[in-house]
Design a protein around this ligand. Structure first.
Ligand SMILES: [Zn+2]
Length: 293
């Protein structure tokens, strides 16, 4: 919360200088180290191009853009956005990009807003692409879209005192997308290993923070669980049911072994992987071994 004071100050300045911008509320983001309070903030609306101030969740010098640095990158992300939304049978949310040439690292985030918008930072895009290629950005975007599903369907069905179930379920939605034939269509888990590695790298151990996103092992286990559930075509609500049926395993490896009466065929399939998921969570399966699963 070290940026709290700065953010409120920046918001106050925006109220005075950019009255054409609309109020909005931030609901979620991919990283744990951002603001979570639901204060009124300013956000570019119709006069988007003239609004240099994005909102309080980005630096005061950040700018909102409709594209990335190259048209190939922009086309890739817009194409993924369409694919993700259509896989879930829904129309596209508004995808925008945030750059800040004077403070590039400040754009290392992606945020999903309750009004149907997703803002994606230049820095996280560049780092993800550099570390693991296009698939990592596809995963992050699918994670952010997972929050749109949560807004739309009043998910997750499990509530905790932190954002953990929201975040781990979003990781699961992303893993699911990477596998589905009408999604990213990667049938072998080794093909999504770089996405898994990235999910782990942005976990956190701030377990009592309201904005806790899950530990690194929990985040990779959540991606793996979502990928396994991608064996089946599920609605968002059915995904939620099944994700939380096995959620204890994501948290601590103690997978519920009772019968999944709602989807017994999924239970039979998942039972093959319970021990493996436990080992992922506990670290008994190393990162190198994980890539070969
Ligand atoms: Zn998130």
């Amino acid at each position: 919360m070290k940026n709290l004071k700065f953010c409120f100050l920046a918001g106050a300045v925006a109220v005075l200088s950019l009255t054409a911008c609309n109020d909005d509320k931030m609901e979620d983001n991919v990283l744990p180290n951002s603001q979570t309070e639901n204060a009124k903030i300013e956000q570019p609306g119709d006069l988007q191009k003239s609004c240099s101030y994005v909102d309080q969740y980005w630096s005061s010098t950040a700018v909102l853009l409709t594209g990335l640095q190259t048209s190939a990158d922009t086309n890739f992300m817009n194409g993924q956005m369409t694919k993700i939304a259509s896989m879930w049978g829904r129309s596209n949310p508004t995808l925008r990009f945030v750059n800040d040439p004077s403070n590039f690292n400040s754009t290392y985030n992606a945020i999903s807003y309750s009004n149907g918008k997703i803002y994606y930072g230049y820095a996280i895009y560049a780092d993800a692409k550099n570390k693991g290629g296009d698939i990592v950005n596809a995963m992050i975007l699918a994670h952010e879209y997972g929050h749109q599903l949560q807004y739309a369907f009043n998910l997750p069905s499990v509530n905790e005192s932190t954002a953990r179930p929201n975040e781990l379920e979003a990781d699961g939605f992303a893993g699911y997308y990477l596998r589905r034939p009408n999604g990213y269509n990667k049938t072998q888990f080794s093909e999504i290993a770089s996405a898994y590695e990235f999910a782990q790298s942005i976990g956190d151990y701030q377990t009592s923070s309201a904005n806790h996103h899950g530990t690194p092992p929990q985040r990779r286990s959540a991606v793996r669980l979502g990928f396994l559930l991608g064996q089946y075509s599920l609605s968002a609500a059915d995904f939620d049911y099944n994700f939380f049926y096995y959620y204890q395993g994501v948290l601590n490896g103690t997978y519920k072994m009772g019968k999944n009466s709602r989807n017994p065929e999924i239970d039979a399939y998942m039972s093959q992987y319970m021990d493996e998921l436990r080992k992922i969570q506990s670290g008994e399966i190393s990162a190198e071994e994980f890539k070969k699963l």
